[in-house]
Design a protein around this ligand. Structure first.
Ligand code: SF4
Length: 218
């Protein structure tokens, strides 16, 4: 396993050096198969009815963080928590394609897999013919695509909000038939800086718990 250092991060080859971030969890088992580093981007151009993260939609909220900082957090998550992959969600990861592509590529240099949740379809993203979006897709192993539809709750697959959303395998680094995509969902509750934070599914539980919670992410 290679460990990237602050010195080597000086060679970032993207003109974008920051990401607007809503939240991240260093090690979660509720945002994709296995232990994962999860990062929620701040900002989404879509407005799905029943969106679980309405406080992540504005492009002016969250924190603007250096990519070097986020890359080091991923490195530490791999070395200290043995995460097997990273998950990018939001908000909308493809709305910050340069930053997302950089973080995904960094994960691959560490030997871990990548999962991206997007409200856009794979075909819509390809049709943009945007170099950074193409780079993002090239570094994506699993893609869960399409807008969240609260009228079609997902009945079988884990980690996925609605039945219309597809799980696409875009590389051979991961298995299309990985059985961990099936089974009961996971809801994680943790205390951080005096605030109770929740991530994972089922989202219905968030509304049940909301009187006591500070933030909810899915
Ligand atoms: S794409 Fe995701 S974050 Fe954006 S509005 Fe839809 S559910 Fe919410």
């Amino acid at each position: 396993m290679s460990l990237i250092t602050p010195h080597s991060l000086e060679t970032i080859d993207t003109p974008v050096r920051h990401a607007r971030v809503a939240h991240r969890v260093v090690c979660t088992e509720a945002e994709g198969p296995g232990k994962r580093f999860a990062l929620w981007f701040q900002g989404c151009p879509l407005r799905c009815a029943g969106c679980c993260n309405p406080h992540f939609l504005s492009f002016t909220g969250g924190q603007l963080l250096p990519l070097e900082t986020l890359a080091l957090e991923i490195t530490q998550a791999v070395s200290e928590h043995r995460v097997e992959g990273i998950t990018l969600l939001g908000g909308e990861p493809t709305a910050q394609p340069e930053a997302a592509a950089f973080l995904l590529r960094h994960a691959h240099t560490l030997g871990v897999n990548t999962l991206v949740f997007s409200g856009h379809s794979h075909e819509e993203l390809q049709a943009r013919q945007h170099p950074a979006v193409d780079a993002l897709l090239a570094q994506t192993d699993w893609l869960v695509d399409g807008p969240y539809d609260h009228t079609q709750p997902e009945p079988v697959r884990r980690f996925i909000g609605s039945a219309n959303q597809r799980l696409l395998t875009l590389s051979d680094r991961v298995r299309a038939d990985d059985p961990r995509w099936l089974g009961s969902n996971t809801l994680e509750i943790r205390m951080r800086n005096g605030t109770i934070e929740v991530n994972g599914f089922p989202t219905a539980s968030l509304s049940t718990l909301s009187p006591w919670l500070g933030k909810g992410q899915r």
